[in-house]
Design a protein around this ligand. Structure first.
Ligand code: SF4
Ligand code: SF4
Length: 180
């Protein structure tokens, strides 16, 4: 989808490249794949053997026994979202809709309502993020003018039986904690 200056989105159809004879018989491509896999296997085997012999080496790849052995997520990774509260406990979100507008996956849905606090114009009546569609770009965090949304929970698990279970509502988002 391409956004044109007139604001009308146009669809460009890209044709898949034609496969050559060698690609169509698959055998050569299968052998190429096996070659890549074997290369990685022997490089890793060599590194692990060197390490076992007490020699300095680059670390070899290891298999993580996930989920029993949880993967370590880098501290700066963008992980599940959370909504922050003000000092009085009220959600910080001012329902300005900037995050919903900038979201490239269109997976944020906010319904605004009037705030009972006279100093604040609006608040979010409902706030939903569909993690099944989110591309974890972090634009929503960047766009928020009041630092109401962050992606610092350290949680990356997304498994669900149903797509609808991947959506997070305002209560769930406010209940999330930052990673320790
Ligand atoms: S991380 Fe990106 S895709 Fe996900 S909700 Fe935020 S803006 Fe949308
Ligand atoms: S950008 Fe921030 S304040 Fe605005 S709707 Fe999103 S979370 Fe709320």
């Amino acid at each position: 989808m391409i956004a044109e200056p007139d604001g009308i989105a146009k669809v460009r159809i890209v044709k898949a490249p034609e496969m050559g004879f060698l690609e169509r018989i698959y055998l050569v491509e299968v052998l190429k794949g096996l070659l890549v896999t074997s290369r990685h296997f022997f490089i890793n085997l060599w590194r692990h053997m060197k390490k076992a012999l007490g020699r300095e080496t680059e670390p070899g790849a290891v298999t993580i026994q996930y989920p029993e052995d949880p993967a370590v997520v880098a501290r700066r990774s963008r992980t599940h979202h959370r909504l922050l509260r003000r000092e009085d406990g009220a959600p910080r979100c001012a329902a300005c809709m900037l995050c919903e507008t900038i979201c490239p996956a269109k997976c944020i849905r906010i319904v605004a309502e009037e705030s009972p606090d006279v100093m604040i114009e609006k608040r979010a009546k409902s706030f939903e993020i569909d993690l099944g569609r989110c591309v974890f770009c972090g634009f929503c965090v960047e766009a928020c003018p009041v630092d109401a949304i962050r992606m610092d929970t350290g949680r990356v698990e997304m498994a669900a039986f149903w797509r609808t279970d991947m959506a997070r509502d305002i209560t769930q988002l406010l209940g999330e904690r930052p990673r320790q």
